[in-house]
Design a protein around this ligand. Structure first.
Ligand SMILES: Nc1ncnc2c1ncn2[C@@H]1O[C@H](COP(=O)(O)OP(=O)(O)OP(=O)(O)O)[C@@H](O)[C@H]1O
Length: 282
């Protein structure tokens, strides 16, 4: 039994025609403590559906999701989820947004300790200078950093990142990817991230697992990112291991789309093939 396990998870939804579409079919995943795994897949394949089941926001129709051997039955602060869209309370400062979560999760700590803890995590995401600003006074990238700080400050057993940089422009996205790698070097938390950007996955993760094209998407084989850290976004573009991995993962994803007998063979939006911020100087 690994740290996080998906054991033959399937999940479907009622379709507009009244039938039922199985979005995920028999998905298996094993993750060890401290690992950073990225699931990559086509838009609409079922990545968020999968993440919601790990977060406990949705229940599998069959199969189980287990964290340290316990079956997940609902949400909890041991699995903090960061979404693409910033979910900050607009009337509170960055500090207050993070502190609110810290107060909820660690009520047994004295207030001074909770304040210091909050400040430490905001400093970790390089927002020490902007703690007193409200979300409207922060850029998109800064807001997303507050969300990451809030999630980490709750000291979850696993950090769940659902396309966390999807709403950001390429330059900011690159900066935040660097920031995530820096945080990762200071905090060896178990991280499950979903993205439709293969290059991003290679840059930040230890392993990449493609989600095949839907419907009835399932998790494919594991691709280990055998590129030492720290990884430099400019240099990595010239690394033959990076190029090979990008090709292998993309070939697998495109192959899974071609294999579908469904007449809609190629999804409208395919994972990016390198037009991503890797190589963009941050
Ligand atoms: N609650 C729901 N009810 C009905 N259908 C749903 C529901 N949630 C998701 N779906 C459908 O399941 C499929 C997968 O959706 P999901 O959001 O998991 O995909 P995704 O891979 O995360 O997409 P994207 O990358 O565009 O965010 C889509 O066809 C979506 O319409």
């Amino acid at each position: 039994m690994s740290y996080l396990n998906l054991n033959g998870v399937s999940k479907g939804f009622r379709s507009a025609s009244g039938g039922r579409t199985e979005v995920l079919h028999d998905a298996w995943l094993s993750m060890e403590r401290g690992e950073f795994v990225a699931v990559v897949g086509f838009s609409g394949a079922g990545k968020t559906t999968l993440m919601n089941m790990v977060a406990g926001l949705a229940t599998p129709d069959s199969g189980t999701v287990q964290l340290e051997g316990e079956t997940i039955t609902g949400p909890g602060p041991d699995r903090m989820l960061v979404f693409q869209n910033y979910s900050l309370l607009p009337w509170m400062t960055a500090f207050e947004n993070v502190k609110l979560a810290v107060d909820q999760v660690f009520p047994q700590w004295d207030n001074k300790w909770r304040r210091e803890h909050t400040e430490n995590y905001l400093k970790m995401v390089s927002l020490g200078h902007a703690m007193d600003r409200k979300p409207s006074q922060l850029s998109g990238g800064m807001r997303q950093r507050v969300c990451v700080a809030r999630a980490l400050a709750c000291e979850p057993r696993i950090l769940l990142l659902d396309e966390p940089f999807g709403a950001l422009d390429a330059l900011t996205r690159g900066t935040l990817q660097d920031e995530l790698m820096k945080i990762r070097s200071q905090d060896d938390r178990t991280i499950l991230m979903i993205t439709n950007d293969v290059d991003e996955a290679i840059l930040v993760a230890d392993r990449i697992i493609p989600l095949t094209a839907g419907p009835r998407a399932t998790l494919g084989p594991s691709f280990t990112v055998d590129i030492e850290r720290p990884r430099d976004r400019k240099e990595i573009n010239h690394d033959s291991r990076f190029k090979k991995l990008r090709k292998d993962v993309n070939d697998f994803l495109l192959g899974s789309a071609a294999d579908k007998r469904n007449p809609v063979k190629v999804p409208a939006k395919v994972p990016s093939f390198g037009g991503t911020p890797v190589g963009v100087s941050a």
